[in-house]
Design a protein around this ligand. Structure first.
Ligand code: NAP
Length: 289
């Protein structure tokens, strides 16, 4: 990427955004990052803090940027913030901003398993957001990520919390698989996608090279700890997710976990040409703990 390449990032203080911004900043990309709350500014970065993404504040600053990485999204609903409002309507607002600001390329993170036959409300909202982007006339890359793993992602934090309590719970059999991908690989791929034309008009599963059962994942994750692993009844897990508003794991978190979703890693490898971090090696190293 050349210098003076200017990229806008939404949802700047989120897990993926923090890492992507760091990667872009270290690679001398000019950044304009937008968040609802204050955050630490990086090298080459302009900070915009706006609770409601006020167009009057944002538009003059982002005009003629080379691309926008849209990382606003929710995976759990509440009375205030539902999927339609944040995953769909907010995406509509961002597309509108791109057009007004003469930004021609958008990168979006949807979800692994999203398709036109989706029925789960989280997936439906992500599918609708994808559709808005595809029909917007903008150049786009849509990623459908599996679990994105780093030191402080939600999934890792959830497992670490359980380790602290001395017991990791596996809902149901634990035989269902996940296909996690490391955040460093994600940052690199998103950075390529925003700048390389071959990523235009692509929908890509953002998945690692290894499909791994949750049981094996948890076993490797907790190998260097004294935490016990306990299988819990799936019905009880769902009951807790439904009835306990403070439960770490929501209903859709459970749906995604037991859904056994897998993606096309080969296609991602072919287009990105990066060397992927083995998640099993990462787990064995204990570095995530
Ligand atoms: N992490 C994963 O494993 C994974 C897997 C599949 C898909 N994804 C998708 O990738 C994107 C980024 O994920 P992430 O893990 O970085 O999530 P995250 O840490 O929860 O960050 C999402 C960001 O969205 C913004 N946001 C949330 N509610 C909002 C609202 N009501 N109004 C405006 N902005 C709001 C927030 O940004 P500010 O606080 O800065 O305003 C928040 O930090 C999401 O769309 C997510 O669905 C992630």
């Amino acid at each position: 990427m050349t210098k003076n390449f200017q990229i806008v990032v939404t949802g700047a203080s989120g897990f993926v955004a923090k890492n992507v911004r760091k990667y872009l900043s270290e690679n001398n990309i000019e950044l304009i990052s937008i968040s609802r709350k204050n955050f630490k500014k990086l090298k080459n970065e302009t900070k915009i803090v706006s609770k409601d993404y006020n167009e009057k504040i944002i538009l003059p600053k982002i005009k003629n940027s080379n691309g926008l990485i849209h990382l606003v999204g929710i995976g759990k609903q509440s009375i205030k913030n539902n999927y339609n409002l944040i995953n769909v309507e907010f995406t509509k607002k961002i597309i509108h901003l791109c057009k007004k600001a003469n930004i021609k390329k958008i990168v979006y993170t949807s979800g692994l398993g999203v398709s036109k036959s989706s029925s789960m409300s989280y997936f439906v909202s992500k599918y609708q957001a994808e559709k808005l982007i595809i029909e917007s006339g903008l150049d786009y890359t849509i990623f459908r990520p599996s679990y994105i793993i780093g030191k402080d992602d939600l999934f890792t934090k959830y497992l670490k919390k359980q380790i602290k309590k001395g017991e990791i719970q596996i809902p149901g059999s634990g035989k269902y698989s996940i296909q996690p991908i490391h955040i460093k690989d994600v940052s690199q791929i998103i950075s390529k996608a925003i700048s390389e034309n071959k990523f235009n008009k692509q929908i890509l599963d953002l998945v690692g090279s290894e499909s791994i059962s949750f049981q094996k994942y948890v076993t490797l994750f907790s190998k260097k700890t004294k935490a016990k692993i306990k299988k819990i009844n799936l019905e009880s897990a769902y009951h807790d997710a439904i009835s306990n508003p403070h439960s770490e794991f929501g209903v859709d978190d459970l749906n995604l976990l037991v859904g056994d979703f897998s993606g096309d890693h080969k296609k991602l490898q072919k287009i990105s040409k990066i060397s992927f971090q083995s998640i099993q090696e990462l787990l064995k190293s204990g570095i995530l703990l």
